[in-house]
Design a protein around this ligand. Sequence first.
Ligand SMILES: [Zn+2]
Length: 594
Amino acid sequence: MSRPHTHLFDIDVSIKRAATATAPAEELLVMPVWTPGSYLIREFERHVQDFAAKDAAGQPLKWEKVNKFTWKVTTNGSRDWHASYRVYANELSVRTSELNSSHAYWNNANLLMYLDGFLKSPSNVRVIAPDVWKVATGLPGVPGQRNTFRAENFDVLYDSPFEVSNFKSLLFNVKGVPHRIVIDGEGNYDPERMRRDVQKIVETQVELMGGEVPYRDYTFFLHLRSNAGGGLEHANSTSLGYPRYGFTIRGGDRATSASPNPVVPAGSDYRGFLSLVSHEFFHLWNVKRIRPDALGPFDYTQENYTRLLWVAEGITDYYADVTLRRAGLISEGDFLAAAARSIQSLHNTPGRMVQTVEESSYDAWVKFYRQDENSINSQVSYYDKGAILGLLLDLEIRKRSNGAKSLDDVLRYLYTEFFKKDRNYTPSDFQKASELAAGGSLEEFFSKYVRGTAELDYNAALEAVGLRLDTGRVTGPNGQPVERANFGADLRQEGDRLVVTRVYAGSPAYDQGLNTGDQILALDNARMTQTLFNARLAEKRPGDLLNLTIFRFDDLSTLLIKLGGRAEGTYRIVPLPAPTEAQKRMYRSWLGGQ
Ligand SMILES: [Zn+2]
């Protein structure tokens, strides 16, 4: 990092082969095209420049590129040679890298090439940084060598990001194992409260997974920026981006350690931070150790396909909230309201009838990470539906086993039987593990909901714990549902333009010809803004006509849309009128409380 403000990392790769090994005349250096956990080919090689190679005596070696991510070096049989290059890094996200005058953050898959055929070989990383900056990484240091770290193989190397700056650290121990939160950037967080709540999340998940802490230390990298977001999991660290002023508690208070009640009120920004921490931390088990078939060891040159992202991401998301509830950080009401919201959101996604959650997992590389205007109508999120399937599967196992087993047992079983035996699990292994806990076949569940697109039966699952889904239907005096007007498109105000951002398949707007990208100038000949449009729509009845004046590309036209009807309102999960003792017992063992 000789000139941080240029965003250029100077990389020197030193290759040393054992004296006993034969060395070929030509060798290949490969730059990863993706980084695990973020399932898109990102072509990190596009930021490489100024490549050169030389032998141990400093004599230049010939080289050429043989594809977009591979450099072939004519080493003439040298056992000891170097490559040097620079990498431009000016994009801060959990999966990319940033170097500037205030800090350096990087993912090694963005920066460091590997020698083809040697992903299992160890490596050392020596960081040469401005003296005033500290170095944080999940890799162990090499004793006696300043800022030098050891990776036992390249999967470990590429799983270990670095933060190099004047970061702040919050420290705590769980079962004697050190944890730290490394924070770059300012924000309205209360350090004591953050430390206490993150520690609770760690303790709760360690207990849930059987009480063993499976790493020697753990680092939370946290970047606070006004527009930051997202997380990426690693085996003994995680990288988190979060809005710097996103720590308020509803009511305008800051999240403080002084507050005697640990429960964060529903709707607080701070809950978003705790959910992110809880999700990413749980990944250290679910995906980093309990590994789906194709996810590790990795192929860094192409897509690594799996049908199990709904388990790896969706069930992790389910446990993010389960953890917050068990840790006492959110209320039962908050947990159930969030579940009802995700059920409603799934129900408003026409793509749930088009794509299975296995297909969604498999095609993440070309679909989930490449959302467009058709995604809502052709895709289902393996996060969203996966989390709901986690809830349903958990309740199904609890019901079938009369409360003796739960989804927790499935995860602990996979941890013991697969991770501990150094095996990855397949879709059928996951189904078998679930059936073992349930004590019987779950073929119908998996064929309808995982490999199929059947509508989910929420009430069959919720009934086990004395709850039901209320879809907010209102009935009139004659018992007929009272319908509200249904339009079927999302709009956004962009400056003085009102633009259609999404049109839902099967809705009146879709069937009668509205397009994503249409600009709505007027409704019933009156100029429209989003606020006005929403107000006018709220006055309409099913069957009423909307007379829209639109620009489609460059052309003005009118469009007449007859509104449909919709009986459903806001979804809620509510208690059954007279729950049995068994239902109450099952509820308490699931969520605690009453
Ligand atoms: Zn995740």
